[in-house]
Design a protein around this ligand. Structure first.
Ligand code: SAJ
Length: 406
């Protein structure tokens, strides 16, 4: 039996996928609200196919509980925030989950940590914790690190088709866990050691962050030059070995804007390119404010009061607002002129900001300059609604012809 600990963005799809592919699974989450909702058939995760996968998992016998269970395999997928000061991973939730598993697990249980943690965290924090609880790693309990790569917005497809990495102390344990994931994963599953698996996960997200930072730097250079950065990138990417990503209003989410900081926090003297990239990305909201002020001046409007921010989520067609460029920009505007701008996001029903509107019409009625921070399908399908508005499109949406850009 598999006990999946943490039923969030990663744990829930993983638990459902395993149960839908013949594994006996109990999903555990400390939140009674989360567990009750799942027991009543309410799945809050907005991912294509999640309802059907839930039904298959229920048919496969999945159960949900707030209690940790006695199980042969534990999959720990709890949050790993980072300490904004030290830029180091905060493994407190992982440590707490490990401690609780040790209180219920049978001998020879396998503990698979899926949560993203900085390289060396298992060696430096988890192993000593387990040994302090009187367990011998490799005899009483087996440790595995299996980071995930699924991308919000296409999670279920990627859960089934992405290649995966399994880090284990013992090859035979790695092989057993590989077979478990192979019950649903059609991608290549690479076995390695735990520390390498920790490093690969953080490096993958760091590579993406650095690439995005270069695109953002290019946007600033092209703006200075009066060049179209999107045309420059498009032509460069016709080179067989060049693949520059897209500039944007900033980098959000709980991964690309967080994980690279683990390397900077752990290797401040070495991760200098990473640190510079993360600062470049973090500065983009200030660059957007500069563009807003330039455009308002061009239209003889100094006051930015009638500026509206479209998009509070961290990227298109998701409802996750963690570290989002929209929230970062609102903070930058507040620091600059102690003003809250009108905002709206079709995916965000809860009120996050004082002047947040809940319909596109109400939002546009209060806005002269619309800043497109996220390319939700809604605005792409309703570009006509922007007629007569000044538009700063930070997403280079093809439907918004004639808009200003970064
Ligand atoms: N962004 C840009 N320009 C781009 C691409 C993205 O500005 O060209 C911005 C997005 O708008 C967003 C942020 O970057 O604000 C991150 O979005 P994303 O789609 O790049 O990535 P995430 O955070 O949704 O998912 C990433 C993925 N990692 C990689 O692609 C290497 C995913 O595979 C990971 O599983 C996930 O992080 C994670 O959980 O670690």
């Amino acid at each position: 039996m598999i006990n999946v600990i943490g039923l969030g963005y990663i744990g829930l799809p993983t638990a459902l996928m395993m149960a839908a592919h013949g594994q006996e699974v109990i999903g555990t989450d400390l939140s009674e609200k989360v567990v009750n909702a799942l027991q009543n058939g309410q799945v809050s995760l907005m991912e294509d196919g999640i309802e059907e996968l839930y039904r298959k998992a229920v048919a496969g016998g999945i159960r949900f509980s707030t209690e940790y269970q006695k199980a042969e395999v534990y999959i720990i997928s709890v949050p790993t925030p980072y300490d904004k000061e030290t830029k180091c991973v905060d493994a407190c939730y992982v440590e707490s989950a490990v401690r609780t598993v040790l209180g219920v697990c049978p001998k020879k249980a396998v503990m698979v940590i899926e949560s993203t943690i900085s390289p060396g965290t298992i060696d430096k924090q988890i192993r000593p914790l387990i040994e302090k609880c009187g367990f011998v790693i490799g005899e009483d309990i087996f440790l595995v690190h299996a980071p995930e790569r699924i991308i919000p917005g296409n999670m279920l497809y990627e859960l089934e088709h992405n290649n995966r990495t399994i880090g284990a102390d013992q090859p035979e344990i790695g092989a057993m866990v590989k077979a478990l994931y192979a019950s649903f994963c059609k991608g290549e599953i690479t076995l390695t050691d735990i520390r390498t698996a920790e490093m690969t996960k953080v490096v993958e997200n760091t590579f993406r962050a650095v690439n995005i930072a270069f695109a953002n730097e290019l946007a600033k250079i092209c703006r200075k030059n009066g060049l179209n950065v999107y045309e420059v990138i498009d032509i460069c990417n016709k080179h067989p070995r060049v693949n520059i990503l897209q500039p944007g209003p900033g980098v959000g989410g709980h991964c690309i804007s967080v994980d690279p900081w683990f390397l900077v926090g752990d290797y401040p003297q070495l991760a200098t390119v990473t640190a510079a990239a993360m600062h470049m990305n973090a500065e983009m909201p200030k660059f957007v404010l500069k563009r807003i002020r330039q455009i308002m001046r061009e239209h003889g409007m100094e006051d930015i009061g009638r500026v509206g921010l479209y998009g509070m989520a961290y990227k298109a067609n998701v409802d996750d607002c963690r570290e989002s460029p929209g929230l970062q920009l609102q903070q930058v505007v507040n620091d600059y002129c102690a003003m809250t701008l009108t905002s709206y996001d079709p995916y965000v029903s809860r009120t996050l900001l004082p002047k947040q509107e809940h319909t596109l019409e109400a939002f546009l009625a209060k806005t002269d300059l619309v800043v497109i921070l996220v390319g939700h399908d809604e605005i792409r399908q309703n570009a006509a609604a922007l007629q007569g508005k000044i538009v700063l499109d930070c997403c280079n949406l093809p439907e918004l012809a004639g808009a200003y850009h970064l």
